[in-house]
Design a binder for this molecule. Structure first.
Ligand SMILES: [Zn+2]
Length: 446
């Protein structure tokens, strides 16, 4: 089982490669990078990647796949299909399912469902505390043995600093990063959008930026105290990014991610009361977005993650203050990341770093996020000049809650390869789709 991704432009920050090469894959692993002039190895299926960028398979560190318990919003199979359609070879499943992933049985169930779907790699994230209630630590060791790659009570913060300290010490013992949803409940409670000009104008209860910043500062201090690996999820405020910048200057093991909606939209988007602009943390004001762009530019922000949070249309059809938080994001993230490149905020190498190299480093995933010899053959093929319009009716997700319906973007993932199997080809990309039947036949049934 051999595959050659021929004549593309390889960008792999893990080994400082940024040059024209072909990628040779055999039995699900990368064999190596070949020169264009090398002869095609015998018995190879060939994908013609002329004019395209070939990158290590993208990894979304932060998605809600809703199974078990909320299969009407998303299943692991539908979420994995949306992931590969968006260019993600790997996705991390947040634990706020029903039941919550706070024990090894749920962890194993998620992994089994992902194996059944045979699309994206799915790595579960376990809860920090039992039922994410913030009271008693979850069995991190057993969950790690079962396959979790991090712990998080995402959806809420760990309310008491004492509990967070114990959680960090415990997680450190298992060498697990703690993914932190920063939202001080006593400050944010009842808020449905960013507190500022627009919350006043619209008459909606606001969540101050300080609600995120108080927890970010607290937990950076606790990372210093405990030596734990701390990763701030979906940073959205100037103060939180500044906290991470200071922590990095001190040499602490603190990292962070940003979600595409947080640099793409401001809180002004809430003005038409579209509940697809409601998420937590909320869309912020322009000064915070400026800080996000700075953080992306200077590397304070390590990763881009979707915070894909599917909800049923009936739930999002409620009044603004009643509707649940969250939007889908797996199929728009790469297009919105290309906006950053097209606007000159970051270059494409930095984009690949934020979507592949750094998530792998933060999560210590072995042999991934790289096109080095012997790495798992997860590959994302990008067309930086591909113009497309997001048609939500074609989404692979079970849910449709996105503010990006009909948005036109330049740059897309046109193919996703997982373990050497082509699991997604962009429907508008005919040059590759002619190869589809053969590529699928080699990888077995979908
Ligand atoms: Zn969160």
């Amino acid at each position: 089982m051999r595959l050659l991704i021929a004549n593309g432009y390889v960008i792999d920050p893990s080994q400082g490669v940024n040059t024209g090469k072909s990628v040779f894959i055999e039995d699900g692993r990368v064999v190596g990078l070949l020169s264009y002039s090398d002869s095609v190895p015998e018995g190879c299926e060939v994908i013609d990647a002329t004019g395209l960028i070939v990158a290590p398979g993208f990894i979304d560190m932060h998605a809600h796949l809703r199974e078990p318990g909320h299969e009407y919003k998303e299943t692991i199979a539908s979420g994995a299909a949306a992931a590969v359609a968006g260019g993600f070879a790997t996705v991390c499943a947040m634990p706020n399912t029903d039941p919550i992933n706070d024990n090894a049985a749920v962890t194993r169930f998620i992994i089994e469902q992902a194996e059944r779907a045979r699309l994206a790699n799915v790595f579960p994230v376990g809860a920090i505390t039992k039922t994410s209630a913030g009271v008693e630590l979850a069995e991190m060791g057993e969950m790690k043995d079962a396959g979790i790659v991090a712990v998080s009570d995402d959806g809420c913060s760990v309310p008491s600093p004492g509990m967070m300290r114990r959680a960090m010490e415990y997680a450190r013992g298992f060498d697990l990063p703690v993914i932190d949803h920063c939202e001080d409940r006593s400050l944010a409670r009842g808020g449905v959008m960013h507190e500022g000009h627009w919350s006043l104008v619209l008459g909606l209860r606001g969540m101050p930026a300080a609600a995120e910043e108080v927890d970010a500062l607290r937990d950076c201090a606790l990372a210093e105290l405990t030596g734990a690996r701390l990763h701030l999820a979906h940073v959205s405020t100037r103060g939180a990014i500044e906290a991470v910048r200071r922590a990095k200057e001190k040499g602490l093991a603190v990292t962070c991610e940003v979600a595409p909606h947080h640099w793409t939209l401001t809180d002004e988007a809430v003005a038409d009361y579209d509940t697809n602009t409601k998420m937590s943390p909320p869309l912020r004001s322009p000064d915070h977005i400026e800080a996000i762009l700075e953080g992306l530019r200077d590397g304070t922000i390590d990763a881009i993650a979707t915070d894909h949070a599917p909800h049923h249309a009936d739930e999002k059809a409620l009044e603004y203050d009643q509707a649940p938080f969250g939007i889908t994001g797996l199929e728009t993230a790469v297009g919105l990341a290309f906006d950053l490149v097209n606007q000159g905020v970051i270059d494409i190498e930095r984009m690949v770093e934020a979507l592949a190299t750094n998530p792998v480093r933060i999560l210590s995933l072995e042999n991934r996020g790289s096109l080095r010899a012997d790495a798992y053959a997860d590959v994302t093929i990008l067309d930086p000049s591909f113009q497309w319009t997001f048609d939500v009716s074609l989404s692979k997700s079970k849910s449709r809650n996105t503010p990006f319906v009909g948005r036109t973007m330049t740059g897309a993932a046109v193919a996703t390869i997982v373990g050497g199997r082509v699991v997604f080809l962009h429907p508008g990309f005919e040059r590759l789709s002619s190869l589809e039947p053969k590529a699928f036949a080699k990888g077995g049934s979908r």
